[in-house]
Design a protein around this ligand. Structure first.
Ligand code: ADP
Ligand code: MG
Length: 605
């Protein structure tokens, strides 16, 4: 039953990876963040040592008090108490400080890993032909790129926590052994029992985690399906049946959740139970030793503290496992997506830094043989730095032309060259690294503004970001958001206006600094005021690079060095605005239909 439900959430490209395979794929991402990894381990080591020393000072003070109590009038007493109480507090503070820096570095590690994963996923998804996007739902692709990358990122935190716990345990055990190995051995009696228990529980944790994930996936995909199909449901009067099915899935999920919680929630108590046993053994053994004049009460106190600290982090082990499993599942989904075969072949020559010349030579292209040519014998030469506008009726082939340049589709005949090199000889990745695309509906990730800006250029510095944001005048609105650059972007940027999203998309492309920029009706759906702002911003973006604007707006067209008019896959006219208006051809017609009302003040030549 679960198996069946589990498959509901699967995409056609999903596959299974062994844990080892997943690790092998993840290690480079951890490796790239060595610095933060090492730093957070270092800080947690310092914290472990500090937290080892703190109770020691307390024990000394305690010991001193016991001694003073028995031999009244000791002179050294008060000074020692002052001094070691001071140390005690000092190390307590140090512990907090180290813990703080440890967290900061862990956070860095987590978010950088997430950026890197998103960057790679983003790049990979971008390599696909557009047909890939017709086949795969945007929502699901987006969930993988944002959600799963986030989840895998948080696993990094868990890995550090794990190392921290191991290190902490080793340090404490080592110190205990050094101080009194007999007593330590006594307290350690409980460990084999504890580990046996964890081992048994692990099986259940694993099982329930898996069941829970499947039940959840089933509910999610049913929810999505039913909401998408709500119109159909209603028109067929199927609401009740859908509701019943949905509720059945929900209650199954709830019952798995309850069972899982039952196991998970018992973990801390069970650890406490073992701690209690260890403490009991130790108190009896140690207590008798104190009476016999073996160890001092101070040591007894110290050991009790150590034992408690030793067991405490074990509680986290239960959640570790869940996080790790969740992370692996997310990694599996992510890599499945990353490994979908791209039909445009990778490889070939690496694209050299481009000056930005673009040539189309007698290019023919059809999406399918049946539908016929969409681009027909098209030739075009764009010198570096030119601002070229493409206009034409809907369906004329403007977007297709731009897609061919980015190798989203392979053309059938002719040749497309950049800086004199045929693009089908170039590695698509390296070509696209030098292309910037801004589309009508910009794509933003859940996360922060900064994360979104960094997508095209993960290595960009703060200054780079500030500059890019200023250049496109996005700084004014970013300033008004709570948190500025760290303001949250909701899914698909739905807490931002279309214009704001567009400004961010432009800043992002500017950060990427491509040699060739393509704007496909990038300003079509923003209001006039925002458009004016974007227009000003765009002038900066256009500087020093070849730009193709597929234009909906007159103002963009007017500024172009050259305008080409497309119709039915061909270029039917080209020239400047003034030239084309004079010619009284297609452009003039288009202008009258689409543009005239947008620019009342603009004379028709
Ligand atoms: N992914 C696709 N699959 C099949 N046909 C497509 C696809 N995209 C566009 N077309 C067709 O190609 C032609 C040109 O479309 P397009 O380049 O989007 O035009 P424009 O951007 O000028 O509006 C249209 O007839 C359209 O139906
Ligand atoms: Mg189009």
């Amino acid at each position: 039953m679960w198996r069946v439900l589990g498959t509901l959430s699967k995409e056609s490209y999903d596959r299974q990876y062994s844990d080892r395979e997943l690790l092998r794929r993840l290690i480079p991402y951890i490796g790239a963040q060595k610095k933060f990894f090492v730093l957070s381990i270092l800080f947690s080591a310092c914290r472990a040592i500090a937290s080892l020393v703190t109770p020691l000072f307390f024990a000394i003070v305690f010991e001193e008090l016991v001694r003073l109590g028995t031999s009244a009038g000791a002179i050294t007493g008060p000074t020692t108490i002052w001094l070691f109480s001071g140390f005690y507090v000092l190390f307590l503070v140090l512990e907090w400080v180290f813990s703080y820096f440890n967290s900061v570095n862990k956070q860095k590690l987590q978010s950088n890993t997430m950026y890197a994963l998103r960057h790679d996923l983003f790049k990979r998804v971008n390599q696909h032909e557009l047909q890939f996007f017709d086949r795969n739902k945007t929502g699901l692709l987006m969930a993988r790129i944002s959600g799963d990358a986030f989840q895998v990122g948080s696993v990094m935190n868990t890995v550090v926590d794990f190392v921290e716990i191991v290190m902490f345990s080793v340090v404490i055990l080592g110190a205990m052994f050094a101080i009194n190995w007999q007593l330590t051995a006594l307290a350690a009696l409980v460990f084999p029992l504890l580990f046996a228990f964890i081992f048994v529980l692990r099986k259940y944790l694993r099982r329930y985690s898996l069941l829970q994930r499947r039940a959840e996936a089933a509910v999610n995909s049913a929810t999505e399906e039913y909401i998408r199909g709500v119109q159909v449901t209603k028109s067929f009067g199927q609401e009740q049946r859908v509701q019943r099915h949905y509720e059945a899935l929900q209650s199954r999920k709830a019952s798995v959740n309850a069972r899982r919680f039952f196991v998970f929630r018992s973990f801390p108590e069970i650890i406490d139970f073992f701690t209690a046993i260890a403490l009991f053994i130790f108190l009896v053994g140690g207590g008798i030793d104190v009476l016999r004049g073996g160890i001092t009460p101070g040591i007894l106190y110290l050991f009790i503290t150590y034992i408690r600290r030793l067991f405490q982090p074990l509680v986290q082990l239960g959640t570790f496992y869940a996080t790790l499993q969740g992370g692996f599942a997310a990694a599996e989904r992510m890599f499945s997506l990353m490994d979908v075969e791209v039909s445009v072949k990778a490889g070939g020559q690496t694209c050299p830094p481009l000056k930005g010349r673009i040539e189309f030579r007698n290019v023919f292209f059809a999406y399918s043989k049946k539908k016929g040519d969409v681009i027909r014998n098209l030739s075009l030469d764009v010198p570096p730095g030119e601002l070229l506008a493409i206009v034409g009726e809907t369906g004329a082939g403007k977007t297709t032309l731009a897609s061919l340049l980015a190798r989203f589709y392979e053309y059938q005949e002719g040749e497309i060259l950049v800086d004199g090199i045929p693009i089908n000889r170039l590695d698509p990745d390296s070509l696209r690294d030098q292309l910037g695309y801004v589309l009508q509906d910009p794509f933003l990730f859940t996360g922060t503004i900064r994360e979104n800006l960094l997508l095209g250029a993960p290595g960009a510095t703060r200054d780079d970001i500030d500059q890019a944001v200023k250049a496109v005048r996005a700084n004014t609105f970013i300033k008004t958001l709570p948190g500025g650059l760290d303001a949250t972007v909701l899914e698909q940027g739905r807490n931002l206006s279309q214009g704001q999203k567009q400004l961010l998309a432009l800043a992002r492309v500017l950060l990427k600094d491509p040699a060739i920029l393509i704007l496909d009706e990038a300003t079509a759906s923003v209001d006039a005021y925002t458009e004016k702002m974007i227009q000003d911003a765009l002038e900066r973006v256009f500087e020093d690079r070849t730009t193709i604007v597929i234009a909906h707006r007159l103002s963009t067209v007017l500024n172009a060095d050259r305008i080409i008019v497309m119709d039915n896959g061909r270029i039917v006219e080209e020239g400047t605005h003034v030239e084309l208006i004079r010619r009284e051809g297609r452009y003039r017609e288009l202008y009258k239909t689409y543009y005239a009302h947008q620019g009342m003040l603009e004379p028709m030549a």
